[in-house]
Design a protein around this ligand. Structure first.
Ligand code: HEC
Length: 199
């Protein structure tokens, strides 16, 4: 009778252990694959890292050489941007890029206009450089990006028409929304996030 009972219990006790050992082998297996000669997990080369590392910080120290004016920017805009953002930058299939004609209490009242709402002019440069023209990103030269940034800042009354933008003058621009970017209310437990945030 006794031996009968033992043989009946043994499989039930062993099953979790067998599964545990199996799980450990599964983990070891994935680890070995990730490091193995399958092409997965290769260390990127210096050149590849440089190509991906295009972020521009507020100080602008990463900005490439080059320069541009609003007049030059107007020409590039007409050819490469107007089809989506409108000939007068007031919008089309893409968003409006010139501020609304209103008396603002706050820079946000001008609308969702990057060359107004960005706290630093380097953000405008970075956005155009990495994201526009839509579907042909990465095709603009540094000079064209400086010129387009100058054009958009000029039509929004942030800089004078003749300002030459380059790696030195661009970060020095004081943006209208510099100190008022995203006035987010203090968070309290249970309070919806970004309540009252305009965009
Ligand atoms: C094929 C259409 C298209 C073209 C061409 C295009 N854009 Fe855009 N652009 C868009 C769309 C759509 C958005 C909105 C993207 C989003 O909100 O994620 C946008 C967003 C922007 C913004 C940010 C707007 C904001 O206030 O948030 C800027 C600045 C901008 N584009 C500049 C340009 C410039 C400069 C060019 C020309 C070099 C250009 N775009 C060409 C479609 C286009």
């Amino acid at each position: 009778m006794q031996s009968h009972r033992f043989s009946g219990e043994a499989p039930a006790c062993l099953l979790p252990r067998v599964l545990g050992v199996f799980a450990v082998f599964m983990l070891l297996g994935t680890h070995a694959l990730a490091q193995g000669p399958t092409g997965v997990g290769r260390t990127p080369t210096e050149e590849e890292i440089r190509a991906w590392d295009i972020s521009i910080s507020p100080t602008g120290e990463e900005l490439p050489p080059g320069q541009g004016t609003s007049e030059e920017g107007r020409l590039v805009y007409r050819r490469q941007c107007a089809s989506c953002h409108g000939a007068d930058a007031s919008g089309g299939s893409g968003p409006r890029l010139v501020k609304r004609d209103v008396q603002p209490d706050h820079p946000w009242d001008f609308g969702r206009i990057l060359p107004i709402r960005a706290p630093y002019a380097t953000v405008v440069w970075d956005y155009i450089n990495r994201g526009m023209p839509l579907n042909r990103e990465g095709t603009l030269t540094a000079d064209q990006v400086y010129a387009l940034t100058a054009y958009l800042l000029f039509i929004n009354d942030v800089i004078a028409e003749e300002t030459v933008l380059d790696a030195e003058s661009l970060p020095a621009i004081e943006m209208p929304n510099r100190d008022a970017f995203a006035r987010v209310p203090d968070w309290q437990p249970g309070k919806p996030r970004l309540a009252g945030y305009p965009h």
